[in-house]
Design a protein around this ligand. Structure first.
Ligand code: RIB
Ligand code: CA
Length: 321
């Protein structure tokens, strides 16, 4: 279980906090961020999403244990959405929220601070503007922005996975991360913080094909075995959908954007979040053609060079021994 220790920081690395709901694809985002020489992973915070927040926290500890990621605080966050009733994603991620691999007991502890407190503390104390990577529901992020109004001006960017301009994946109208907590998403999208929205039209361009799964399994390491088992489980659950895209690695795109934005094409767009409609509750209304002429509150990557993405991710996974 050796692997890159991280949290050490370093000149030129971009300081980030990764807020997540691990979650099969979240796991790859954690591994990519912790291994990248371009990223200084200052903390992992968990939020209720793919499953209950206690399971999300246990899974973050499991992933860091197997990968040998040490020195990065893991703090547990909000256990329910701001307003609506909680929903989970166990149909895709399983009852543990990270089904597929068999895990032993984690050796990485939980930080005693609440995730929202840790987010505020680290960002306000940082010597330079930090970046929040949000790859689960936005409950923690919205709560932090409300808790500390100065936070927005201290953030360089929020790079998030969520939303879609077309069909959703949790309802016909809405993508999972947004519809789990639409009110939180609205707070974040109206915060004025520079926002990058990696939505489904982007993330469905990076599907873990059998060839990719074979490359991951071929690493022959504990991390490779864990990732291959996750992808196989994820491929099975996603194959049950009528529009079976296969195991899309949604979340690591929000990290890859920070590491190498040249592998993306992106446009500034105006995005609103529906919080009052009955059937389209949680929809991201993305003004792709700028018909409204409203201020552009998000950068929306529309294309990714999938080959370069997979090479980046596989190279990162190969750094774990
Ligand atoms: O819609 C995909 C998103 O929902 C991903 O972040 C996945 O982990 C789930 O949380
Ligand atoms: Ca997620």
């Amino acid at each position: 279980m050796s692997g890159p220790t991280t949290g050490a920081g370093g000149v030129g690395r971009r300081p980030i906090i990764l807020d997540c709901d691990p979650g099969l694809d979240d796991a790859f985002a954690i591994l990519l961020a912790a291994a990248s020489p371009a990223i200084d992973l200052r903390a992992i915070t968990t939020v209720a999403g793919n499953h209950t927040v206690d399971r999300m926290t246990l899974n973050a500890r499991r992933i860091c244990t197997v990968a040998g990621i040490r020195g990065v605080p893991i703090a547990q966050g909000c256990d329910r959405p701001l307003v609506r009733a909680q929903i989970v994603g166990s149909d895709i991620h399983g009852e543990s929220g990270l089904d597929g691999p068999a895990f032993g007991p984690p050796v990485v502890d939980v930080d005693p601070r609440h995730a929202v407190d840790l987010i505020v503390e680290l960002i306000m104390a940082a010597g330079e503007p930090m970046t929040l990577v949000a790859i689960g529901p936005l409950t923690n992020v919205a709560t932090a922005l409300r808790r500390e109004p100065r936070l927005a001006s201290r953030l360089r960017e929020i790079s998030l996975m969520g939303g879609a301009w077309g069909l959703g994946n949790r309802t016909p109208a809405a993508e999972f991360n947004i519809v789990v907590d639409p009110e939180a998403a609205r707070i974040v999208f109206e915060s004025g913080v520079p926002l990058t929205m990696c939505g489904l039209e982007l993330t469905h361009q990076v599907i873990a094909t059998p060839d990719i799964i074979g490359r991951v399994a071929g690493l022959g390491t504990a991390v490779g075995d864990m990732c291959a088992a996750m992808l196989r489980f994820y491929g099975d659950t996603t194959s049950r959908r009528r529009r079976s895209f296969g195991p899309a690695l949604h979340d690591p795109t929000a990290v890859a954007w920070l590491i190498d934005p040249t592998m993306f094409e992106a446009e500034p767009m105006h995005v609103d979040i529906e919080t009052s409609a009955e059937f389209s509750y949680g929809r991201t209304l993305v003004d792709v053609d700028d018909v409204l002429g409203l201020p552009k509150n998000a950068t929306v990557p529309t294309r990714i060079d999938a080959m370069r993405f997979w090479d980046l991710l596989l190279d990162a996974l190969a750094t774990y021994r």
